[in-house]
Design a protein around this ligand. Structure first.
Ligand code: GLN
Length: 447
């Protein structure tokens, strides 16, 4: 804890942490030392973790990096965080992110932007940018992020670490401030596959507080990392031939596929013509869900209330106008539009149907192949401000991560070399629902 507190202090300019729980982390460490001495320590004894500012932790503030939640203190601890604490993990602080998890660069935060430690003039990715940088820069051992459309995998790729989005419903969402409820997952950032697997096996599983959380038993992922079989791997032509793909990322991805072929695995190119519909489907459905989820922030129940109101209606309007940032407002408007009476069928219903097609095609592919491999991102970390005035260019950053999100299947990003500027490149591995054990074992083999 002292080591990490020191690093947090010397690297404060990275702006990864919004709040550091110095006293409680030190006190917790003392207690755990005693437990270790008496042989009663939990499985995560001494693991120092940071949590994204969208996860509720009893008697601590949670803002979702939004002005509208400033001053809001949670009255309970979410299931994922509680399970880690129960195994003696130490929570060292909460981590910066894009407002309500909306973004791909961590530039949309009331707490300010987060710097990528690989090159401080560049973004760390988003929305879980603070969580990624905290692990990248040795400010904690492991961190929790959330991944709705790539928010763990993309920043993991940009910072050269391991990041997983589990199967939808594998980890309880109780205590996670909702963005798009049918996509939201809680994921893990770590330097090694093994740490990641251990934290996931403790966090995952059924929970009475989240009716969508799966009842399937959770294997001990961290004890199943051995990999010695020959497998079938697909790579999607439309990803590798995408004009948006940076040449070095393409080269490094192809090099992994070549190596796998040489090691006796079956590697095949496949077509996935629906790929071009994944991003529009994702943005129609997530904005719709967000517009509904965010209606609860009205100045009455949580956090910020405008001081400028003169009646009830102006209180609602001004609170929301002053409290939400630009990107969040854009999405509330888009979501409200696609859900409106005259456009519901044309956009929302249509997108739901396309979602089903993407999900079924992805699952079909994963019934024929053990894994799909593709780049995590089309480019390496970009400069601050590069996409700030062009939301569509920013949305294109999620081109390769949204397929797994729309389909609900698990996906993981591992480091795969660097580009000529020395910026980390990520490799994404996707597999079928609830096959996290297979995903971790394969990632371990490739690492
Ligand atoms: N960049 C994507 C978005 O803004 C993904 C965000 C996420 O996974 N939370 O929606």
């Amino acid at each position: 804890v002292k080591y990490y507190l020191q690093n947090i202090q010397t690297k404060a300019h990275l702006n990864a942490f919004v709040e550091v729980y110095e006293q409680s982390a030190l006190a917790q460490a003392e207690l755990i030392n005693e437990k270790i001495a008496s042989g009663k320590a939990g499985r995560l004894a001494g693991m120092v973790i940071g949590i994204k500012d969208v996860l509720c932790y009893d008697a601590h503030e949670a803002n979702a990096s939004s002005k509208i939640l400033q001053g809001f203190e949670s009255q309970f601890t979410g299931t994922a965080v509680q399970r880690l604490i129960d195994e003696d993990a130490i929570v060292i602080g909460r981590l910066n992110c894009d407002e309500f998890g909306m973004g791909s660069s961590n530039e949309n935060s009331v707490h300010g932007r987060v710097l990528n430690a690989a090159d401080e003039t560049r973004v760390p990715g988003g929305s879980s940018g603070g969580s990624a940088v905290a692990v990248q820069a040795n400010l904690c051992t492991v961190s929790l992020g959330t991944d709705t459309g790539g928010s763990v995998r993309q920043p993991a790729a940009f910072t050269g670490i391991v990041g997983i989005k589990p199967t939808y419903s594998r980890v309880s969402r109780w205590g996670l401030i909702a963005y798009a409820s049918s996509f939201d997952t809680i994921g893990v950032f770590s330097k090694t596959v093994k740490d990641n697997a251990l934290v996931m096996e403790i966090m995952a599983g059924h929970d009475n507080f989240d009716s969508t959380a799966s009842r399937k038993p959770v294997p001990k992922y961290s004890e199943l990392l051995h990999f010695d079989k020959r497998v079938k791997i697909a790579y999607i032509k439309e990803t590798i031939e995408s004009p948006a793909l940076q040449p070095e990322i393409k080269a490094n991805t192809l090099a992994v596929l070549e190596k796998l072929k040489n090691e006796g695995h079956q590697v095949e190119e496949v077509d996935f013509p629906l790929l071009k519909y994944t991003l529009p489907t994702y943005y129609i459905l997530t904005t719709a869900e967000a517009s509904s989820n965010l209606s609860r922030f009205d100045g009455v129940k949580y956090g910020y209330r405008t001081p400028n109101a003169h009646n009830l209606e102006s209180m609602y309007k001004l609170t929301r106008s002053e409290g939400f940032g630009e990107e969040v407002k854009r999405r509330i408007m888009l979501g409200t539009f696609v859900l409106s009476a005259s456009y519901y069928d044309a956009y929302f219903t249509k997108a739901q149907k396309v979602r089903r097609m993407i999900k079924e095609s992805t699952e079909d592919l994963l019934n024929k192949f053990d894994y799909i491999i593709m780049p995590t991102t089309p480019s390496t970390a970009f400069k601050f401000g590069e996409h700030s005035n062009d939301p569509v260019a920013m949305y294109l950053e999620d081109l390769f991560t949204v397929q797994a999100s729309v389909s609900g299947v698990p996906a993981l990003s591992i480091p795969n070399g660097k580009d000529k500027l020395g910026l980390p490149i990520g490799l994404q591995i996707i597999t079928n629902s609830f096959k996290e054990a297979e995903l971790y074992a394969f990632a371990n083999y490739l690492s």
